[in-house]
Design a protein around this ligand. Structure first.
Ligand code: NAD
Length: 500
C-alpha cells in the first residue's frame, strides 16, 4: 500500500496483511463532487476470495477459537479506541468516496465505536439458558441447557451509501459471537474498509485472518463470495434485486442470511401535526444524505386539509437547501454518488411528469456547481400511489407528496407497497400515533422524528425490505447457532424403546 497526503493505493487485506490482487487489475475511486480520481484498489477475483475464505477458516478454527468472551470484548474495545482516535480521517475518506456530507459522515464515525463497545459487552455475557425438563423426574430428571456457538466464516457485502457504518452493523456482532469475516465493500467505496483494516491490524490484538477485505465488483468478487462453499453465513446490505439472488444462493446451500434491502417508506403528516416540525422531519427524511438512504421517506402522505399549506412550506424549504462541496461544513446537500445514479434519479423525475405528476420544485442539475452528479432537491405533487415514482425506490432527493382523507385511507396507502422498511408519523394526537404504529407494516416507525438509529435498537425491514435484524441484542442472534445439551441425572437407560 502507498499513501500520500491525498492519494491512496491499497492492496487487498487478507490474513492480516496487504497483498496484491491475483488479476493485477485495479479499480479507480473518485470524488463525486468533481470527478477527481484519488485512490485505486485491486479488482478482486474468485482467487482472492478463495484465499480470504481460507484465511478466515484457519483463524476460526485456530487462534480466534481460543479467545473467550472477555478476550473478544477486550479486542472489540481496542477496535473502538482505534476508531475514536481516527474519526476525522475516516469521515473524510467516506465523503471523498461517496460525496455524502462530511458533517453526516463525522457523526457516523463519532458514534461507530459505540457498536464495538456494546457488542463487546454482549460477547462477555454470551450464554444460553438452563431449561427445567421433567423426563425421568422420578429417577433424578434431566439437566438441559443451551450454548450459543458461532457460525464460522461470515461473508459480508455492503453498499456505498454509509460504508463503514453498515460494515460495522455486521462486523461487531459477528466478532462478538466468535465468527471470522470476509468483507466485499462496494466498488464505489472500498477505501475506508481497507484503511479500517489497517487500523485494526496496527492497533489491536485481533488475530490475522479474522477480518479480511476483498474489494471488487459485485458480479465478480461479490458473486464468488456468495457462492463460496467455505462461507457459513451471508450478511448483505443493498438493493432488493441483488438481495433476492443472494437469498436464493443461501437457500441452495442452506446457510443463514441477513438481508437489509431497499425501501419506499411513507412519511405521514396528520392535520394535528406541528407543521414546522413536520416539514423539517420530511426534509430530514428525503433530502438529508441526498435521499441516498434505504429509509428515505420518499412517499409523503399529507392530510388534505393541510396539503396546500404543507406543499408551500415544503417547497420553500427545498428552495432553501444549500447545495455544494460535501467537505464544506456549511453544505446541506451534496451530489449523488456517481453519474449513473444521477441518470437514474433524473429519469424517475421525467417518468413522474409523464405519468401526471407536477414538479413543484427542482428536478434538474443546478448550473452553478461542478461535476455531473448534482441534482436539486425535488418535490413532486399530484402524485398517485400507483405511479412509478411512488412504487419504485429512487435513491435520490425526490419526494412524492400524496394527499389523504382519513386514517384508514392513509394506512391502506402506506401499506400498499412491496417494501416495509420504515415509516414516519407526524401528529400531536398520541392515541392516533399509537394506532398507526400498530397498523403500519414496517420494521421501524418513528413518531415525530425520522431517521434516528442506535446501536441498541433493532434495524430491519418487513416484506421486500429484508430478512433479519441488525443492531440491538437481536443482531447477535443472527451470528450464533444454538446447541442444546442434555445430561441424564438418573443413570438409567434401561428402557431403550421409550422416548426421553
Ligand atoms: P447494490 O445491491 O447494487 O450493491 C450492494 C453491494 O452488492 C455492492 O457491494 C455490490 O458490489 C454488491 N453486488 C452487486 N451485485 C452483486 C452480485 N450479483 N453478487 C454479489 N454481490 C453483488 O446496492 P447499492 O446500489 O450499492 O446500494 C443501494 C441499495 O442499498 C438501495 O437499494 C438501498 O435501499 C439499499 N440499502 C439498504 C440499507 C438497509 O439497511 N436496509 C442500507 C443502505 C442501503
Amino acid at each position: 500500500m502507498s499513501q500520500t497526503d491525498d492519494d491512496y493505493e491499497y492492496d487487498l487485506f487478507v490474513d492480516g496483511a496487504f497483498r496484491p490482487g491475483a488479476s493485477g487489475d485495479r479499480i479507480d475511486v473518485s470524488f463525486p463532487y468533481d470527478g477527481t480520481v484519488w485512490a485505486t484498489v485491486p479488482r478482486g477475483t474468485a482467487t482472492d476470495v478463495d484465499r480470504a475464505v481460507a484465511a478466515a477458516r484457519d483463524a476460526f478454527e485456530g487462534p480466534w477459537s481460543e479467545f473467550g468472551g472477555s478476550e473478544r470484548r477486550r479486542v472489540l474495545d481496542q477496535i473502538a479506541d482505534a476508531i475514536d482516535a481516527h474519526t476525522e480521517e475516516l469521515a473524510e475518506l467516506e465523503t471523498r468516496q461517496n460525496g455524502k456530507l462530511v458533517r453526516e459522515m463525522r457523526g457516523q464515525m463519532e458514534s461507530l465505536s459505540d457498536w464495538y463497545r456494546y457488542y463487546g459487552g454482549l460477547a462477555e455475557d454470551l450464554g444460553g439458558r438452563t431449561i427445567p425438563v421433567e423426563n425421568k423426574s422420578e429417577t433424578g430428571g434431566m439437566l438441559a441447557y443451551t450454548r450459543k456457538e458461532p457460525l464460522g466464516v461470515v461473508g459480508a457485502i455492503t453498499p456505498w451509501n454509509s460504508p463503514l457504518m453498515l460494515t460495522t452493523w455486521k462486523l461487531a456482532p459477528a466478532l462478538a459471537a466468535g465468527n471470522t469475516f470476509v468483507h466485499k465493500p462496494s466498488e464505489e467505496t472500498p477505501v475506508s474498509a481497507l484503511r479500517f483494516a489497517e487500523l485494526v491490524a496496527q492497533h489491536t490484538d485481533l488475530p490475522d485472518g479474522v477480518y479480511n477485505v476483498v474489494p471488487g465488483h459485485g458480479t465478480e468478487a461479490g458473486a464468488a463470495l456468495v457462492d463460496h462453499e467455505g462461507v457459513d453465513k451471508l450478511a448483505f446490505t443493498g438493493s432488493t434485486t441483488v438481495g433476492r439472488d443472494i437469498a436464493s444462493a443461501a437457500g441452495e446451500r442452506l446457510i443463514p442470511v441477513t438481508l437489509e434491502l431497499g425501501g419506499k417508506s411513507p412519511n405521514i403528516v396528520f392535520e394535528s401535526a406541528d407543521l414546522e416540525n413536520a416539514v423539517n422531519g420530511v426534509v430530514k427524511g428525503i433530502f438529508a444524505a441526498t435521499g441516498q438512504t434505504c429509509v428515505a421517506g420518499s412517499r409523503v402522505f399529507v392530510h388534505e386539509s393541510i396539503h396546500d399549506e404543507f406543499v408551500d412550506a415544503f417547497t420553500e424549504r427545498a428552495a432553501d437547501v444549500t447545495l455544494g462541496n460535501p467537505l464544506d461544513p456549511e453544505t446541506q446537500m451534496g451530489p449523488v454518488a456517481f453519474r449513473d445514479q444521477w441518470e437514474t434519479v433524473r429519469s424517475y423525475v421525467e417518468r413522474g411528469a409523464e405519468e401526471g405528476a407536477t414538479v413543484a420544485f427542482g428536478g434538474d442539475r443546478p448550473d452553478d456547481l461542478p461535476g455531473e452528479c448534482f441534482i436539486e432537491p425535488t418535490v413532486l405533487v399530484d402524485v398517485d400511489n400507483d405511479m412509478t415514482v411512488a412504487r419504485e425506490e429512487i435513491f435520490g432527493p425526490v419526494a412524492s407528496v400524496i394527499p389523504f382523507a382519513d386514517e384508514d385511507e392513509v394506512v391502506d396507502l402506506a401499506n400498499d407497497t412491496d417494501y416495509g422498511l420504515a415509516a414516519g408519523v407526524w401528529t400531536e394526537d398520541m392515541r392516533q400515533a399509537n394506532r398507526l404504529v400498530e397498523r403500519i407494516d414496517a420494521g421501524m416507525v418513528w413518531v415525530n422524528e425520522y431517521r434516528a438509529v442506535s446501536h441498541k435498537v433493532p434495524f430491519g425491514g418487513y416484506k421486500d425490505s429484508g430478512i433479519g435484524r441488525e443492531n440491538g441484542a437481536e443482531a447477535l442472534d443472527e451470528y450464533v447457532q444454538t446447541k442444546s445439551v442434555w445430561y441424564d441425572q438418573s443413570g438409567d437407560v434401561s428402557d431403550p424403546f421409550s422416548l426421553g
